[in-house]
Design a protein around this ligand. Structure first.
Ligand code: ADP
Ligand code: MG
Length: 569
């Protein structure tokens, strides 16, 4: 039978698709960056916070491709704006340590009103009344400036971004995301202050002082004193805002009553251990139910205060609202799903010709058998054995066709799938079947060398198939040059300590050593119609499975791409 002519049908052929991918990929990277940042700050030790802020200002500058990021505090009376922390790229000096109101009245006013400064082009966009500000911006060589005031508790903080080498088009979305970054820094600073005053006041409380009240009431995070039985004894305003209940309402209830039922037993277990003297302090992520019914994700940190005889008096609880972080995490998950799905659709588009061919075989067989059966009937023969054979063949061909469709369908579906135990060898065999005709058309020979006792891994079968499929298509493309004589591909699986490894080896052109790492970056492609998204998505999938991906040139010819994944254990 003739192979169907191979068609290159790309459902995402237009420039819009690339644009769409680019936008999605940028958002994806930005959201991942934000998630890393917020996670880092959640866990950052209070005593080392200044250094963490410095480190993340540098990362932010590098991520945004700008020259200076700084974080400032506006004095309560507005008289000065003091630099708390900064990063300046090499060649750019430090910012001034403070800006005085009488020198920059316009700027101070904007900050105190909570108005961000968004200048994509300096000096064109600087208002005429802001003369000293314009001079200052020109003096530091700024081309674009973005600075965002954040009021948190009774303080105003400012996150400032300066670019001197290029103009930056600050979009609303960027301003919104940078506001979030500023809020993370500001809330960490407040947390540090609250913690320091809490430590101080806990000590003072023991001394019988009343100053605890001030720190407690004005802390920016939720705080409460809770009885050993779980009754709220005292709650601050921040906590009432997080949970949606008034102070009076909370004092009439217990933490058990507004905890998420699924998280309660773990919390009670900690409480019991603290009361039994096994722990003085514990921390857990848990959910509360807001008064209006929605779920609040929170980080709970609890210390037990005891009397002079060591008997439990009450718990001091700090409740940090994680909803924003959780929302970002969900958004990233969604983006990841979209991105991997779109690229899977594009990949399947490339294989349409080969799949049509795969489907044609059983369909042709079915129609031949149906015709034979019809001719039996027409001739009035009562050859029931012949009829039965025809019908059995038809049933079998139907089964084969259904399998082809099912394989394609499962790859095209976009949905969240639960992780399950997977035999990687089995996935390799299934993918090999999907690309079978495509490889035949290209005259590529695929050999499988699968480890006989490969441990199982935990994962998402469709995503891992996508990785194998991508690597196979890349390998096939690498050996499909007219000049390539050795059109061999080898997939092998092997096991290492706690890991399994999949290698896809080709005898193609190999890669320039400088490209061995770059090929995993989004949009890097050396192919005329390449999207450059295959490998970065494979890396992302491997990373999400706790594994990694790398490439090596073979000593003789071609390239091997390795994927290592942790075993299910
Ligand atoms: N097997 C291979 N041999 C040589 N180069 C490869 C191979 N696989 C990938 N590459 C290089 O990595 C680049 C990126 O691959 P990929 O992310 O799949 O995007 P695309 O295939 O759309 O170019 C390719 O353009 C090619 O330069
Ligand atoms: Mg590719």
């Amino acid at each position: 039978m003739h192979a169907a002519p191979r068609r290159r049908v790309s459902p995402l052929s237009a420039a819009d698709a690339v644009q769409g991918f680019r936008g999605l990929s940028y958002r994806f990277r930005l959201e991942s960056f934000l998630l890393q940042l917020s996670t880092a700050f959640l866990k950052a030790p209070i005593d080392d916070l200044e250094r963490s802020v410095e480190v993340w200002l540098r990362r932010l500058a590098q991520f945004m491709g700008i020259d200076r990021c700084s974080f400032w505090e506006v004095a309560a009376n507005g008289s000065r704006i003091t630099c708390q922390s900064y990063y300046s790229a090499p060649g750019m000096g430090p910012p001034e340590s403070e800006l005085l109101r009488h020198r920059f009245p316009w700027l101070t006013r904007q900050y105190r009103r909570g108005v961000p400064i968004v200048w994509s082009r300096v000096p064109e966009q600087i208002p005429a009344c802001a003369t000293p500000e314009r001079e200052h911006a020109l003096q530091i060589g700024a081309k674009s400036v973005l600075s965002i005031p954040l009021s948190s508790g009774s303080s105003i903080w400012v996150l400032a971004l300066v670019s001197t080498r290029r103009y930056c088009a600050w979009t609303d979305a960027t301003v919104q995301r940078m506001t979030l970054v500023g809020e993370i820094f500001a809330s960490a600073m407040l947390r540090q202050r609250a913690e320091i005053s809490l430590r101080l006041s806990q000590w003072q409380l023991r001394e019988g002082e009343e100053r605890f009240r001030g720190a407690f009431d004005h802390a920016a995070i939720g705080m409460a004193l809770v009885s050993p039985e779980g009754h709220w004894l005292k709650v601050n305003r921040a906590l009432t805002l997080i949970l949606g209940y008034s102070e009076e309402e909370l004092l009439e209830t217990t933490f058990q009553a507004i905890s998420h039922p699924e998280d309660l037993s773990q919390n009670l277990d900690y409480l019991r251990r603290a009361l039994a003297g096994e722990l003085d302090h514990y921390e857990l992520e848990k959910r509360y139910i807001h008064k209006d019914g929605h779920t609040i994700f929170a980080l709970l940190s609890v210390s037990l205060v005891k009397d002079a005889w060591g008997r439990p008096l009450y718990f001091v609880s700090q409740i940090h609202d994680l909803s924003e972080r959780t929302r970002t995490q969900l958004e990233i998950d969604q983006l990841r799903l979209e991105l991997t799905h779109s690229s899977r659709v594009a990949l399947m588009g490339q294989l349409t010709g080969s799949l049509a061919h795969e489907l044609l075989q059983p369909v042709t067989a079915m129609s031949a058998n149906a015709e034979a059966a019809l001719s039996f009937l027409a001739a009035g023969e009562s050859d029931s054995a012949g009829m039965l054979a025809c019908l059995n063949d038809i049933v079998e061909s139907c089964g084969r066709a259904a399998q082809v469709i099912q394989r394609v369908n499962s790859l095209l579906r976009k949905e969240r799938r639960a992780r399950r135990r997977i035999d990687l060898n089995q996935l390799v065999r299934e993918v090999a079947r999907v690309v079978h005709s495509d490889l035949m058309t290209r005259r590529v020979r695929l050999t499988l060398q699968l480890h006989a006792h490969l441990p199982e891994i935990m994962g998402d079968a469709v995503e891992l198939q996508q990785v194998i499929l991508n690597l196979l298509v890349n390998g096939a493309e690498a050996v499909s040059h007219a000049s390539c004589k050795n059109r061999d591909l080898l997939i092998s699986t092997l096991t290492r300590e706690q890991e399994v490894e999949l290698c896809v080896r080709d005898r193609g052109t190999g890669a320039d050593p400088a490209d061995l790492e770059r090929m995993f970056e989004p949009f890097f492609s050396t192919k005329p119609n390449g999207m450059g998204l295959g490998l970065p998505i494979c890396s992302e999938i491997a990373r999400a499975h706790g594994g990694r991906l790398w490439a090596e040139n073979n000593p003789d010819a071609g390239l091997t791409v390795h994927v290592s994944l942790p075993t299910a254990g």
